[in-house]
Each structure stands twice: as structure tokens, then as C-alpha cells.
Design a protein around this ligand. Structure first.
Ligand code: GDP
Ligand code: MN
Length: 397
């Protein structure tokens, strides 16, 4: 689950990570009172207006603007709020800005001492441990740094048993060319950031820029965070942080229905019970000359409602030329699943515009095949895998 900058900053702050402070405005009418409050709380006369969307590169796209007075603040806020913001990380048409963050200006006027660093924490799957990536060349051009001068990016692997060690914190601060007070504050910053990453069960925290102010404070000016979906059960309240409008509508529907769905590029939609069987089914489709259009595990109870929701999900994908239903009746009986499929098919009616191949194997598979065959519907039925292969080939030819 991805978070907005303001949500991530709030969570980081609860772990003691110093952040650029600010408040969210959802409606331009709130601007006056909220900006006054930010000024009062932070003592900053200048404010920065930041578009809240799930994408980076906002600054370059015109979604981050500094306001030096009330008029500029109103102009920036009213132009950013409600705009379709286009950045290299958004879809072509851009993303609608529904909220803006009004923050204190932390780059003090005429300040040549400020420095922008890059820092992220993520899981290094190859080394099976968390890793801190950092660079003293942070800021809006980090992608270019990574491409043209990758040697300027440092990596620190964290042993999961010991956690981050004091010598590693010193090394990071040293590699960032810091000394004196900021050498110390950076170590505190990294330690707290790492604690937050672990405590929140995040799979990514990216702070770009981490800022060193002219008075040697270290703070997070931006924050991108991904929480591990598989750990969300440990943080029930985080469900409120989810912004469905930022996600793929098909994924949202699947999650709400409790279906495990992953969109793929192929032409054969599949509906399977059990993740292992779903993987095997995808192999089978490939061997028959097709390409799976999705991974979909409908779970143990393949009843009419779930089957219908699953059909609806698959049918949203225009690439789909045929649908393969591959269900193993272990605990769930095949005849019940067959009835579910027939009911779902009847409910969907015209919506089903591609051939459907159903393979039901396991308890009561013969009865199931009879139910499908006698339904009068345009459904191919099969028990053996190899019959399915032939049918897929037929459909594709
Ligand atoms: P991104 O473009 O989506 O990564 O958004 P960021 O939050 O990183 O902001 C983009 C850039 O805006 C930063 O790299 C800074 O250069 C600038 N910026 C952010 N906060 C401030 C601020 O308080 N004052 C000034 N002057 N510039 C800021
Ligand atoms: Mn940034």
C-alpha cells in the first residue's frame, strides 16, 4: 500500500524523525485558516504548496511551489488544487490533485549552506536483508545521478539480527561529508528512520531530499512510503490511509471481493482455486500457445457470487480472448462449483462475449461436467488437462 507524502511524514514524525512541518488543505476555503496555523506553529513566513499524489517528480511538473506572501499562496494553492498534474511518474493524462500540503519553508533565504541528500530504505531480496541507499547528490535530479554517476550512490546492508549498528551510522554520516553537529544529527536521523521503517512494516521509505539546513538540522522534506500489504493485519488503523482513487480500479475491486488478482499481458483469462494450481494453469496456457491475461485465485469457496465477481474482473480486460476456469474440487464439491458457474453465466448474460472453458476435477467431477453440458450455455467442459489444451488451441486458431 502506497501512502501520500503527508501521511508518511506523520508516521515518521511519530517515530521522532524530524520532518518539514505542514498541514493538509482539501478545499480552497480552508487555505486561510490552515496557512495561518502553519505559520503560527512553525514561525515560517514563507510557505510551500505541495500537491499530494502518489507519484514523484512533482516539483518538475509544477506541483511544488514556494509562496512568499498571501497572494502567491492563494495563486499557487488554487492552481495546484484540482489540477491534472503530469510528472514523469504519472500516467500520460496526469493525476488529479485532491489535496495539497501547506508546509513551512525550510530553505532559509540566501542560504548557501543547505544541502540536499538522498536516502531510502528497502528490502534487498538478493542479500535477504534491509538496505539503506544514500547519496550526497540528492534532490530532484537523483534519477540522472543514478544513471550517469552511480558511484555517487552508497549502499549499507543491515544485519537483521543486530539491526543498524553505531559504526554504520557513523559511516553514513561520514560518506555524506558531514562534520560537527550535523554529523551527529544525521546519525540520529538515520537511526530513527530505520526504526520507523521496521516498526511500520514498510517495504520502502524514500526521503528525497533529506535536508541539512544552514543551522545544521537534518530533516525530511519529502517522503515516499510503501507499507507491506502482508503486514497490514498488524496495523489495523492503517487501512484508513489507503487512497483507492490512486490505485488501479481492477485491483481495488479484487481486494474488496477478497480475490487475489494480478493483471498480466496475455489473452487467456484464468479463474483458479489455489495459488499453486493458478501458477500451474498459467504454465498450461503457455504450453497451449496462449498467454495468461491474469493470475486469479478465487480461493476455496468458489460460489456463484465469487465466480460472478471473478468473471466481471476478467471481462474488464479487453485483451481477453477466452476464459479458462480451472477448479479442483477438494473441500468444495465440483457440482456446486458447476452450478455456481452456470448461475453466474446466466446473471452476466450478454456481458460474456468470449468462449469459456471449464475444467472441474475432484469430488463429483462427472456430475459437474453433466451440469455444464446440459446447461445449454456456450461453455466447453473438461476434466482432463489435455482436453483443455486442445480446447485452448481450438479457441485461438
Ligand atoms: P518531488 O518533486 O515530487 O520529489 O517533491 P519534493 O517534495 O521533493 O519537492 C521538490 C523540490 O522542491 C525539492 O527538491 C526542493 O528543491 C523544493 N522544496 C521543497 N520544500 C521546499 C522549501 O521548503 N523551500 C524551498 N525553497 N524549496 C523547497
Ligand atoms: Mn522528492
Amino acid at each position: 500500500m502506497n501512502l501520500h507524502e503527508h501521511q508518511a511524514k506523520e508516521l515518521l514524525s511519530s517515530y521522532g524523525v524530524p520532518i518539514q512541518r505542514g498541514m493538509v488543505v482539501e478545499n480552497i476555503d480552508q487555505l486561510q485558516s490552515i496557512s495561518q496555523e502553519v505559520k503560527k506553529n512553525t514561525g515560517s513566513e514563507w510557505l510551500i504548496v505541495k500537491a499530494q499524489i502518489h507519484a514523484g517528480g512533482r516539483g518538475k511538473g509544477g506541483g511544488v511551489k514556494l509562496a512568499k506572501n498571501d497572494k502567491e499562496l492563494y495563486d499557487h494553492a488554487s492552481s495546484i488544487l484540482g489540477m491534472m498534474l503530469k510528472t514523469p511518474q504519472t500516467p500520460k493524462e496526469g493525476k488529479l490533485v485532491k489535496k495539497i500540503l501547506i508546509s513551512e519553508d525550510v530553505y532559509y533565504p540566501g542560504d548557501s549552506e543547505t544541502q540536499e541528500y538522498y536516502m531510502s530504505i528497502l528490502l534487498n531480496r538478493k542479500e535477504s536483508c534491509n538496505m539503506i541507499m544514500y547519496s550526497k547528490e540528492g534532490g530532484v535530479d537523483i534519477e540522472q545521478v543514478a544513471e550517469k554517476t552511480p558511484e555517487l550512490i552508497f549502499y549499507e546492508l543491515i544485519d537483521p539480527l543486530t539491526g543498524i549498528m553505531p559504526n554504520q551510522l557513523r559511516k553514513i554520516a561520514f560518506n555524506l561529508n558531514l562534520s560537527g553537529e550535523s554529523f551527529k544529527s544525521m546519525q540520529v536521523f538515520v537511526k530513527k528512520l530505520y526504526d520507523a521503517y521496521c516498526g511500520l512494516d514498510a517495504s520502502l521509505v524514500e526521503i528525497n531530499p533529506v535536508l541539512k539546513t544552514s543551522d545544521n538540522k537534518i530533516l525530511a522534506v519529502d517522503s515516499k512510503m510503501t507499507l507491506d500489504d502482508n503486514a497490514l493485519f498488524r496495523h489495523k488503523s492503517f487501512e484508513d490511509l489507503r487512497d483507492n482513487s490512486e490505485e488501479n480500479p481492477v485491483d481495488v475491486k479484487a481486494r474488496e471481493a477478497g480475490l487475489n488478482y494480478v493483471d498480466l499481458d496475455g489473452n487467456i483469462g484464468c479463474m483458479v482455486n489455489g495459488a499453486g494450481l493458478a501458477m500451474a494453469t498459467m504454465d498450461l496456457i503457455k504450453q497451449s500457445g496462449g498467454e495468461p491475461a491474469n493470475f486469479l485465485d478465487v480461493g476455496g469457496t468458489a460460489d456463484a457470487k465469487r465466480v460472478e465477481t471473478a468473471f466481471n474482473l476478467i471481462l474488464q480486460d479487453e485483451k481477453v480472448k477466452a476464459i479458462l476456469v480451472n477448479i479442483f474440487g477438494g473441500i468444495v464439491r465440483c457440482d456446486r462449483v458447476a452450478n455456481g458457474i452456470v448461475d453466474a453465466y446466466k446473471n452476466l448474460g450478454e456481458k460474456i462475449n468470449v468462449p469459456i472453458i471449464v475444467r472441474l476435477e475432484g469430488t463429483n467431477s462427472e456430475e459437474a461436467k453433466n451440469i455444464i453440458d446440459n446447461s445449454g450455455l456456450k461453455i466447453y467442459s473438461a476434466i482432463e488437462f489435455k482436453e483443455v489444451t486442445t480446447q485452448i488451441k481450438e479457441v485461438l486458431s
